[in-house]
Design a protein around this ligand. Sequence first.
Ligand code: DC
Length: 221
Amino acid sequence: MIINVAIDGPAGAGKSTVARAAAKELGYIYVDTGALYRAVGLNALRIGVETTDAVKVAETLDSISVELKFVDGEQQVLLNGENVSSEIRTPDASMAASNVSAIPAVRAFLFDLQKDIAKKNNCIMDGRDIGTVVLPDAQVKIFLTASPEIRAKRRYDELIEKGSDVDYDDVLADLIKRDYNDSHREVAPLKPAEDGVTVDTSGLTLEESIDKIIETVRNKI
Ligand code: DC
């Protein structure tokens, strides 16, 4: 039987780090669905389309391909065949992703791709609507969260480590704005699945968060 684990939660909750490590331990593939929205957002930025313009962004979908490739278990996101896995991580691409993710045509465009991967692989898939919309039948659903200040601090440390020149207050303001966008949009808003488990990582170390996820998965399957 194929096992699907859905991990949803707000930006900066540690979903990707925790999910990646837990997937490795469990021998599942890790699928970061935010990368797909980021690729669509990046494409719009590159060609100068306003990322809040639903009609124009929807038009861009006719001429792009977005794919996920797994190389030695690591996910790469390909935009028109080009590996854009690093370029999608900038603050501009984050905001573009949040904007385009509110557009129903974008969500529909990326839906089958996510379903297909889950159908064929034991996986931990992270996103915002995985347990509620993409994989409503996932055997395990986790809502991973933490306070906005802690999430902003983690994101800030990550960006500084990568050499970005960012300000903590800007990171926090961006994150609060994205939380609002992601949880107030009409289609597939960020919210815990009714049959899921909420894990708050505010007071947990990374190791403790990973252990908690692995334990939750093992208890459920
Ligand atoms: O997880 P992330 O920060 O890389 O996601 C980027 C944006 O994409 C985020 O602001 C919300 C959106 N997103 C979404 O709407 N649904 C998903 N399943 C994953 C991400």
